[in-house]
Design a protein around this ligand. Structure first.
Ligand code: TXA
Ligand code: MG
Length: 360
């Protein structure tokens, strides 16, 4: 099935006010069992009608995704998600009241109607109401709930721009809706409400402190060292570019300058992802990625500055674009600025560490 080939139609729409006429053919295809890639405020998703097991099966085939890694069910409103869970407990209602539509996914007891393929055989289902106007318009026009993982090949960095999706999935899906770059750039916070205590399975832009501040409950946070994981997806290889990823950490004596000197001695091609403030210290060693003309010479170094000053939200927003862009430029090593693991910094460092340990 994955080997059916398509001429992928890329539909460019306004991010804030997408025209229904442009979205309608993709929405119809989605409702009829085809796969459609679309922007959300976190990352691009690869959607299928959540009640169509054959269509959902094609998501796994096209991405090369392990069958035991469950998908998130997306809908445009709480009412439209209701048939997919047995009930919304008061805490879920409180959370969605404050954070939906938005980058929060809740794991709840699954209703029978959800195909086992969607949930990897679990008795729970992950649900989310995305905030992106294009995602909401597509869901409304399709009139079905949509199971959607990130629209990348399994193991690769998640896509935050349409060209990232095309790099992995062109020729494999009929429609890619291009709504420009995603606002957050990191996938949603996944919060398990079926465990003994609410637990964050995957950190995202919505933090434990924000959840506590509105619903008066401090969720626990899963760490990979905490034994069996409730979120099957967290055990797989993730976010891995072709290049090797190395963390810069001044406090551990691994400054960007020291790492650059170390690797260029071996004539490796380097990329550095950091704030402009950090890049200022290595301007004599690196050139901006945007100014690369032709190919990067052995021992050369490019930098991608995500913002003026260190900022976890902006670092997260551009991280996956940087990983793909450095790969495209031919880098062997990508050096990444470490940030404190507080607030959104926890989500940023979660992705960076996984990218640096592709065997995880
Ligand atoms: O921001 C996002 O969440 C994006 C956009 C497209 O919505 N989607 C996304 O999907 O990142 P995906 O499939 O790449 O990641 C879903 C995560 C995986 O770690 C998966 O294991 C977890 O959610 N998950 C899904 N259903 C689950 C369940 N029933 N129990 C525990 N974890 C679940
Ligand atoms: Mg993913």
């Amino acid at each position: 099935m994955a080997d059916i080939s398509y001429e992928t139609r890329i539909i460019k729409v306004s991010a804030s006010q997408p025209a229904d006429d442009l979205l309608r053919p993709a929405a119809l295809a989605l409702s009829q069992g085809e796969l459609v890639a679309f922007p959300t405020e976190t990352v691009y998703g690869l959607g299928a009608n959540a009640l169509d097991a054959a269509a959902v099966g094609r998501i796994f085939a096209v991405k090369g995704r392990p069958a035991d890694n469950p998908l998130i069910v997306h809908a445009a409103s709480l009412a439209e998600l209701e048939p997919y869970v047995t009930a919304f407990p008061p805490l879920a209602l409180c959370l969605f009241q404050h954070f939906a539509p938005g980058p929060l996914t809740l794991v709840l007891p699954k209703a029978k109607v959800v195909p086992d393929l969607v949930t990897g055989g679990l008795d729970t289902v992950a649900v989310r109401i995305p905030a992106h106007p294009v995602a909401l318009a597509l869901l409304r026009l399709a009139g079905v709930a949509v199971a959607a993982p990130s629209a990348n090949s399994s193991g690769k960095p998640s896509p935050t721009q349409a060209w990232h999706v095309a790099q992995d999935l062109a020729g494999k899906i009929p429609y890619l809706i291009d709504g420009g770059p995603c606002q957050h750039g990191l996938e949603s916070t996944v919060l398990d409400l079926c465990a003994e205590k609410p637990r964050i399975l995957r950190p995202g832009s919505i933090t434990a402190a924000q959840i506590e501040s509105v619903c008066d409950i401090r969720p626990e946070i899963s760490s990979p060292s905490q034994g069996p994981l409730r979120s099957p997806g967290m055990k797989y290889r993730h976010y891995a570019p072709r290049a090797r990823v190395v963390l810069a950490d001044e406090s551990a004596g691994r400054s960007p300058a020291a790492l650059i000197e170390h690797f260029r001695a071996d004539k490796l091609r380097l990329g550095l992802y950091c704030s402009r403030q950090k890049a200022a210290a290595v301007l004599d060693l690196c050139q901006p990625l945007t100014e690369l003309a032709g190919t990067l010479a052995p021992g050369g170094c490019l930098y991608y500055a995500y913002a003026e000053l260190p900022d976890p939200a902006l670092a997260g927003k551009h991280l996956f674009d940087a990983l793909r862009s450095f790969d495209t430029a031919g880098c062997d090593i990508i050096i990444i600025e470490s940030l404190p693991e507080t607030g959104v910094g926890l989500a940023y460092m979660n992705r960076v560490k996984k990218a640096a340990q592709p065997e995880l």
